[in-house]
Design a protein around this ligand. Sequence first.
Ligand code: GDP
Ligand code: IMO
Ligand code: MG
Length: 420
Amino acid sequence: MSVDVLLGLQWGDEGKGKIVDFLADKYDFIARYQGGPNAGHTIYLNGDKFVLHTIPSGIFHDKIGNIIGNGVVINPITLLAEIKNLEAAGVDVRTRLFIAKKASLILPTHIELDKASEQKRGDAKIGSTLRGISPAYMDRTGRNAVKIGEIFSNNFQDKYESLRDKHIEMITSMGYTTDLSKEKEWLESLEILKAYTFIDCEQFVNDKLKSGKKILAEGAQGAMLDIDYGTYPFVTSSNTIAGGVCAGLGVAPQKIKEVYGITKAYCTRVGSGPFPTELHDDIGEKLRKEGGEFGATTGRPRRCGWIDFVALRYACMLNGVTKLCITKIDVLNNFDKIGYCNQYRTHSGATADMPSYLTDDIKPEVEFVNGWNTNIEVGSEFSSLNDNVKNYVALLERNIGVKANLVSVGPGRDELFELA
Ligand code: GDP
Ligand code: IMO
Ligand code: MG
């Protein structure tokens, strides 16, 4: 069978967790292929809120396996805390979770390095989540990483200590001291995690596909945070786009079928970096308030602005999106006018395509449509909704160039409309 992919088309937090949870029953496995605990995927279940950082968003479903793939970076403390939280809520994590042996570990000193590097950058800081993501990926590509599967080998402690000591030297040379207070808990967490299931991800995934199983690859972050195609250097340190799935899980490109691309009905970004349609006024503040736009991982207020079709077309091109999912359209319920950007103004004229570099002098051309000023009732037919809601969805489809498959109107599992 095939692998479908679900990923964010903006700067993250598009509502991936909610949509994966909704789609999960159509699949046998949900698999994270990149990123780490910088992600925060929120799911509401019977009024309870869960935020998943490392565990895939299919974990609440009976009989569905959840894979943490090779391309993911794991902090055992965060992973164990997530597991405990889920187990306390009655979720049978033991039988549902599969951890790739080749996933790389985030050491406590990676977090210290992340902090030191951000401090050194001063005003030019990336605004990272301070979860050690960039240093962990640097060690992975630098061929120094400790893989989680190595916890079963005799020389694990030596490998860990040698990488830790190297990090301490680096931090000292940057003029900072290293806080090692988390080391004990980190090592203890790994001991406890040994009781869970570890897999050769590439073998496991391909065996399952051969036996007819369906897999949904769950992206973290979003296309505009991709290490190669995002707003570099204000990006994360992994390939968030669909191309990352093959490397992150060990599957061949022909195995990939549908690509679900998720966008909010407006746009947000957390951390530093360009964001052409950002609103620094009362409307931006209203979007933040109505949308509850505060980071699921760090609690930071998210920057808010109108939807950006230039960036979305670019993201769809990179990912080959076949199914568009629009989330948080209900957040626009009380806006008289809704803005959108179809092209940028640059020093060499207007462009509808993404420039090589998004610099501060590139400005969005914002146009407006009428809002609907009414609540959207779930349970009714999409066709019976207010015309301005339907017109707005049609505007997105037309300008992004992909048909809408799901339109989400609330945080709950069933607060959405399934279209085509
Ligand atoms: P993710 O990282 O892409 O999974 O998204 P986050 O969980 O970080 O942020 C999305 C937020 O929007 C969460 O608080 C969700 O509960 C919420 N959410 C998702 N879909 C909708 C929707 O259609 N309407 C509203 N109002 N909230 C939504
Ligand atoms: P989900 O999966 C939103 C942002 C950070 C920062 C940049 C680099 O919930 O959509 P990092 O810690 O990765 O080195 O930070 O990327 N960032 C996210 N923004 N949602 C996320 O994940 C993010 N993960 C990282 O804010 O700007
Ligand atoms: Mg998030």
